[in-house]
Design a protein around this ligand. Structure first.
Ligand code: DGL
Length: 264
């Protein structure tokens, strides 16, 4: 694959646009092919085998799109399918979890770290393992927040109901006196303000989406595949139409974001 090939990015839906947006901000010459598996969303409540199978289908589609590397923007799919796809594919595959773990350890002084994610991500213990691999002494407190995805999808990012739910989910984080909280789900950066209010301003929020761009850059630098000049328009694919796609995509990519539908 040449340096003007694209970066393939997939997520269970539109939330991965937070990751795609972060990549284009950090690496503006790169061309992205984004796939949102909206027909099968949510991945967060599904079992590991099912998520792995869905992730494999997403990967197979992206491999037909002249890509030089793949980013699993979905935390749940990273938890269940990253190692599998890294073994299977011939191009580099990057997920969002190890980057989020690294970022948390950089910003945390007390090494008392909270992690929030979907039920699947939290049950996998993937963040805890990634943090402990780097800092065995760190104390990690995990909490699944399954209602956050539908609230973000509905655009209820500052609604009173969202604030109430956030306070309830995150009250144990206050009790644990964490000083860093990993937003271990694509959608949670969209609820950043409500989450910050619920945990208190002393807690640093670590966005896996932002953190993963360092890994993308490192892979492209190591493989000498960084795009030297703007290499064409991004492309967006969804497995089902989703009304919220355009609003969210416009936020990160401007107006030119017509998604195409694909059947996987
Ligand atoms: N993309 C998923 C994640 O980051 C959240 C949405 C879902 O449950 O599919 O874990």
């Amino acid at each position: 694959m040449a340096s003007d090939s694209a970066i393939g990015v997939f997520d269970s839906g539109v939330g991965g646009l937070t990751v795609a947006g972060a990549i284009t901000r950090a690496l503006p010459n790169e061309r992205l092919v984004y796939l949102g598996d909206t027909a099968r969303l949510p991945y967060g409540s599904k079992s590991p085998d099912v998520v792995r199978r869905y992730a494999e289908r997403c990967a197979d589609f992206l491999l037909t799109q002249d890509i030089k590397m793949m980013v699993i923007a979905c935390n749940t799919a990273t938890a269940h399918a990253l190692h599998y796809l890294q073994m299977k594919l011939e191009i580099p595959v990057v997920g969002v979890i190890s980057a989020g773990a690294r970022r948390a350890l950089v910003v945390s002084r007390s090494k008392r770290i909270g992690v929030i994610g979907t039920a699947g991500t939290i049950a996998s213990g993937a963040y805890k393992k990634a943090i402990h691999a780097l800092e065995p002494q760190a104390e990690v407190f995990e909490q699944a927040c399954p209602m956050f995805v539908p609230l973000a999808e509905e655009g209820m990012t500052s609604h009173e109901a969202t604030k109430l739910i956030a306070r309830d989910y995150l009250k144990t984080m206050r009790e644990h006196e964490i000083d860093a909280l990993v937003l271990g789900c694509t959608h949670y950066p969209l609820l950043r303000e409500v989450i910050q209010e619920a945990v208190g301003s002393q807690v640093a929020l670590c966005d896996s989406a932002e953190a993963c761009t360092d890994d993308v850059k490192a892979v492209l630098t190591d493989t000498r595949k960084l795009a030297e000049k703007k290499s064409g328009p991004h492309r967006f694919y969804l497995t089902d139409v989703q009304a919220s796609f355009r609003t969210l995509a416009a936020r990160f990519f401007g107006a030119d974001t017509d998604p195409e539908r694909v059947d996987l």
